[in-house]
Design a binder for this molecule. Sequence first.
Ligand code: FAD
Ligand code: EPU
Length: 343
Amino acid sequence: MATAIIHDADLSALSTFRLPARARELIELTAPEQLTELPASELPLLVLGGGSNTVFLGDWPGRILLNRLTGVDIQPLDPDHSLVQVGAGESWHRLVMHCTCNGLHGLENLAMIPGSVGAAPIQNIGAYGVELSQVLDSVTAWDWQQRGVVRLSVADCQLSYRDSRFKSADRDRFLILTVSLRLSHRFEPSTSYDSLTAELARRHLAPPGPRQLAATVMRLRRHRLPDPARLANAGSFFKNPVLATAAAEALLSEFPRMPHWQMPDGRTKLAAGWMIERLGFRGYRIGDAGVYQHHALVLVNHGQASSDQLLDLVGRIQGAVDDEYGIALEPEPNLVPRPLPGN
Ligand code: FAD
Ligand code: EPU
């Protein structure tokens, strides 16, 4: 059957930040074979999953491929592990709960992250002390350069904090078709993230069972983050800055209360939310674009925000953080079309 193309498609409901925008063409991808049959086009391409890390600042002058590839396949790898291969269009949270409830462990801390499985490697999703890189085995992807399917190992994906080759060196080159996770039959909870440790202790759940761990993460998230169904947002709007040891130490001697984490490579990650809150931005608004009242790293659309209002707000926060701490905050979501080179 020929693939249907929707022309002049409304995108506002396809991104959780819900700014008004349209795309020249929208195509729903439900089978990989469609990729070989797509009518040729010179239009720029954008892949979209759940739209929870994509903010449309204006109309997209090209084609959008809406990833709706499904399927879950579980194969034993060795006595202690299984390999779970998942279609890129599946819901990430549903996958986490399916695995957690069926004796496949390693994903509990990543419960309730919105969006699709196929987007998870793009920014190496992470939460509460766990990153995708710890459980990812490999992905299969459509390579637009070779016009064929390739397999990329976790090392090939070059994952690091909120980054991967898909966001940098090979931006726009691959469309992820499946994601394979190496999950453990043995449950070894990761509970060292401060707020998670405290919440587990408060509820007398140390050590927790797998469902208790996922439920505790979900409780923390409900408390800290806005539900996109009620208040439009894209999660953290800025990455936490990562500094070399000497620079971090200098800043921390001036601001000793700033929360920070040691990275495996020896550098230090600093809490941007703390910096922004301290500058008085919680609840601050420019029109309908605002800083979430309960978490300063999250920007929200109170209803009718425009991209100009959002960019104005982003610029003011970046300017204030730079003036106070000498740090250039980088946006975390994919801003489309790109407002600045390098974003
Ligand atoms: P989309 O927004 O659809 O796409 C994101 C990027 O990936 C785009 O650049 C898109 O082109 C690309 N992409 C998507 N699918 C594919 C594919 N199949 N192949 C190639 N490229 C693709 N993130 C975290 O890491 N940790 C969190 O704790 C977290 N919490 C969040 C909480 C809230 C309330 C919200 C709204 C967001 C949060 N996020 C978090 C961000 C977001 O949920 C993740 O980045 C998620 O992986 C995005 O999935 P998506 O399908 O919605 O991506
Ligand atoms: N903080 C403040 N004020 C604020 C917000 C945070 O002081 O307004 C402090 C907190 O008290 C805490 C520290 O900053 O001491 C860190 O806060 P939190 O645990 O909420 O985490 P975060 O660094 O703000 C990161 C991720 C989130 C992820 C959480 C939990 C980034 C950019 N964000 O946020 O991911 O869920 O950790 O692990 O790394 C996302 O990427 O969209 C996202 C939500």
